[in-house]
Design a protein around this ligand. Structure first.
Ligand SMILES: *Cc1c(COP(=O)(O)O)cnc(C)c1O
Length: 404
């Protein structure tokens, strides 16, 4: 039997990164503020902002750092309440706790996206900010979310860690809210091992975040902009915030930037192949009576590197048996709510003061499966994965029930 492929390895870093890395190793110029200008981190920020079509980008040590700095840059008071979807990675509520704010969780539907009705109910006068986590690249209804938040003047941060290349009505995800945050961790579309970036068009938000990220004294002068007008607005904002803010030192280093920069040219291909791979496997899985891959929302163009699907008509024992049967066939799936200590199951966020009861999100997590599906996989490899999953469901539920 041909075994399904390894889905954990990342793509090799483009060969063109090597010259710059060698230069940095030779000179030891690893700190972003050593060189008088054009440090790799500054160039990455300028290129990333241009790619996203926004005025400002700040590269930092992780997406979690970007989320934390975004909250701090909004100037939220201690104890501010930040509304988030209950289906997200533990780093998101953690960034809120770290910013001395309080996470409030909203229900998520069977399609992994925010339940807008529940979100609207919780978006009351006690909510000071919203983080929309596009978990696993699934975009929630940004039209409804922005309308609700703008009506109440509530700032929106997009956690787009896993959504680089995704579009909503043609607009890039991460550019719809007030701030967008992305990750360069190895499981994300751009990989430098660790790293992140935040984008915004607001000069005061970015100036505050730049200073707090560790641009002490006048290091902010080394940040680059798209236009002279943007640079002017930014310089004025730095004038307002000089010496006013604490330094958290969450900078990115030049080596990481040198690893990311040549990957910007790979984004279009990775998005295209990731979407092809996802949709190919989704079509096959949806032919099984035991598996359902939820539809994307209409305005959404996705950029997936993994697949999520719900098991249909299985009880908890059968769901567990499916996980085992798939593993036996060489495909590792995680059921978010069943794998021990899963960081995406909200009841495991025991660092929170209060873990709410969210039955709808819990039900989803107890039958939603997660499997990696990197862009580099080829169709025959996808066939092996899809076949293993379909057969694993048959192993558990039997062909008889399938045709009954
Ligand atoms: C990976 C991820 C994060 C955290 O990113 P780091 O760079 O590891 O801090 C946050 N949110 C989502 C949705 C993610 O996928």
């Amino acid at each position: 039997m041909t075994l399904p492929p390894n889905v954990y390895d990342a793509e090799p870093i483009p060969e063109s990164a090597r010259t710059e890395i060698e230069r940095l190793l030779q000179t030891g110029d690893l700190f972003r503020y050593t060189a008088p200008e054009n440090a790799p981190v500054s160039l990455l920020e300028k290129e990333f902002a241009a790619f996203m079509g926004v005025k400002y980008a700040l590269a930092v040590s992780s997406c979690s750092a970007a989320l934390f700095l975004s909250l701090k840059a909004l100037g939220l008071p201690r104890g501010a309440r930040v509304l988030i979807p209950a289906f997200t990675f533990a780093a998101v509520p953690s960034s809120i706790v770290h910013a001395d704010c309080e996470p409030v969780l909203a229900e998520v539907g069977e399609n992994y996206r925010l339940d807008i009705e529940d979100f609207a109910t919780r978006l009351d006068d006690n909510i000071d900010a919203v983080i929309i986590s596009h978990m696993r690249g699934h975009t929630s209804d940004m039209d409804a979310i922005m309308a609700l938040c703008q009506a109440r003047n509530i700032p929106v941060i997009e956690d787009a860690a896993h959504s680089l290349g995704t579009r909503w009505h043609g607009h890039k995800i991460g550019t719809i809210g007030d701030v967008g945050c992305f990750s360069f961790q190895s499981y994300k579309l751009l990989n430098s091992g660790e790293g992140g970036v935040m984008i915004t068009n607001d000069p005061d938000i970015v100036a505050r975040a730049v200073i707090m990220s560790g641009a002490y004294e006048h290091n902010w002068k080394k940040h680059q902009c798209q236009t002279d007008a943007d640079a002017q607005a930014l310089a004025e904002a730095f004038g307002r915030w000089q010496n006013q803010l604490p330094l958290y030192n969450l900078r990115l280093n030049n080596l990481s930037a040198a690893i990311v920069r040549p990957q910007l040219d790979e984004i279009a291909r990775r998005v295209r192949d990731g979407r092809r791979n996802h949709d190919y496997v989704a079509d096959k899985l949806n032919q099984s009576p035991w598996i359902n891959v939820p539809e994307k929302l209409d305005p959404e163009e996705r950029a997936p590197d993994s697949i999520q699907f719900n098991l249909v008509g299985m009880n908890e024992d059968e769901v567990r048996a499916f996980e085992g049967a798939a593993a036996k066939r060489g495909v590792k799936v995680q059921i978010f709510g069943l794998s021990t200590d899963n960081a995406r199951a909200f009841w495991n966020w025991q660092f929170l003061d209060h873990i709410p009861d969210l039955p709808q999100t819990r039900d989803m997590l107890m039958k939603a499966c997660d499997a990696r599906l990197p862009a580099r996989l080829q169709l025959p490899e996808l066939d092996l994965i899809a076949e293993a999953l379909i057969r694993a469901a048959q192993d558990v539920m039997g062909n008889l029930r399938a045709t009954a």
